[in-house]
Design a protein around this ligand. Structure first.
Ligand code: PMV
Length: 309
């Protein structure tokens, strides 16, 4: 079977500040994935089609119809590979919840791009793919920092500064995280533009918060590399407080963060665009099950777990 796949992702530190040039840290969630499977077209069908769980549609890659992220992905991939659209159907399957800060859009586009390249008998280098998915991310996010596409394409924990070469992080001790969904869908684009408005109305104060978040991300990198989980937990709590000041948390996120800490998590914070979506909690194998059941009792719609190692 020919297919392409890509993982979900979480942002551990530095969301929003990363848009303003501060460092941020993200990690893949490799057991929650988007896949695109290449299938032969039925005899009555020609051209490139996409099959989503509920409907199939032909992909038009003419310039005037590039409103869809997947159509744009298809055109960029075929242009980069100097290939014609193959006569196949790409079936998309994704386990990643949408609009929840787990990178669903970038992961589906990445899986689709890899499958399409395979369908024309080629492979896309990660560097090319990353640049191409960044273009597609602009449809989802408006002014993306590039962190989502980078962590998803390279599928490793990264320390990321916009416009700079990526720096993989090697962790000193396994980091056990729970990822809890508020069940509230939220638009990253709206949250990013709210921070922009705040920044423009009170630049000096917001800049100093962004600088502090950047310094937290720097310290977090050292804590991850040295395996200092207590310190990492403290930094997560601090980062969450600053995200509250930037108005991108929500009562549901704050509640899950407080409950996780109350149940023994070393730290917790919202993750991603905010105002809904997911939060993350740093646990140990000993506290994981108590924190998980507390999060579910506190109203989490879903709790995933992942280990960064
Ligand atoms: O909502 P997510 O997980 O896709 O995260 C967006 C991260 C932001 O820093 C808020 C925006 C960006 O482009 O980096």
């Amino acid at each position: 079977m020919i297919e392409g796949s890509a993982p979900a992702k979480i942002i551990l530190f530095g969301e929003h500040a990363v848009v303003y040039g501060q460092p941020a840290i993200a990690a893949p969630v490799s057991d929650v994935r988007a896949r695109a499977i290449v299938e032969p077209n039925p005899p009555d069908r020609r051209g490139l089609h996409i099959a989503l769980p509920h409907f199939d549609f032909p992909v038009s890659i003419a310039a005037e119809t590039l409103d869809s992220a997947l159509a744009l992905t298809a055109r960029l991939v075929l242009d980069a590979l100097h290939a014609h659209a193959p006569n196949v159907t790409l079936r998309i399957e994704s386990q990643i919840p949408i609009a929840s800060g787990l990178g669903s859009g970038a992961a589906v586009s990445t899986a689709f791009a890899r499958a399409l390249a395979a369908a024309v008998g080629k492979q896309l280098a990660n560097e090319t793919l990353n640049a191409l998915i960044f273009e597609v991310e602009k449809i989802h996010h408006g002014t993306p920092s590039g962190i989502d596409n980078t962590v998803i394409v390279y599928e490793r924990p990264i320390y990321y500064i916009k416009g700079q070469p990526i720096e993989p992080i090697r962790v000193g001790a396994p980091i056990h995280l729970l990822i809890a969904d508020t069940g509230v869908g939220a638009s990253t684009r709206v949250a990013v533009s709210a921070v922009r408005t705040l920044f423009e109305s009170d630049t000096a104060r917001i800049q100093s918060i962004l600088d502090t978040i950047g310094s937290i991300a720097q310290q977090a990198r050292s804590a991850m590399e040295s395996g200092d989980l207590q310190m990492l937990g403290r930094l997560m709590r601090q980062n969450h407080t600053h995200l509250q000041t930037l108005t991108v948390s929500s009562s549901e996120l704050d509640r899950l963060v407080d409950e996780a800490i109350g149940a023994g998590a070393l730290g917790a914070k919202m993750s991603g665009g905010g105002r809904g979506g997911n939060m993350i909690a740093l646990v140990t194998p000993e506290t994981e099950s108590a924190v998980r059941s507390t999060l579910l009792k506190a109203g989490a719609a879903r709790v995933l777990s992942t280990i960064i190692e």
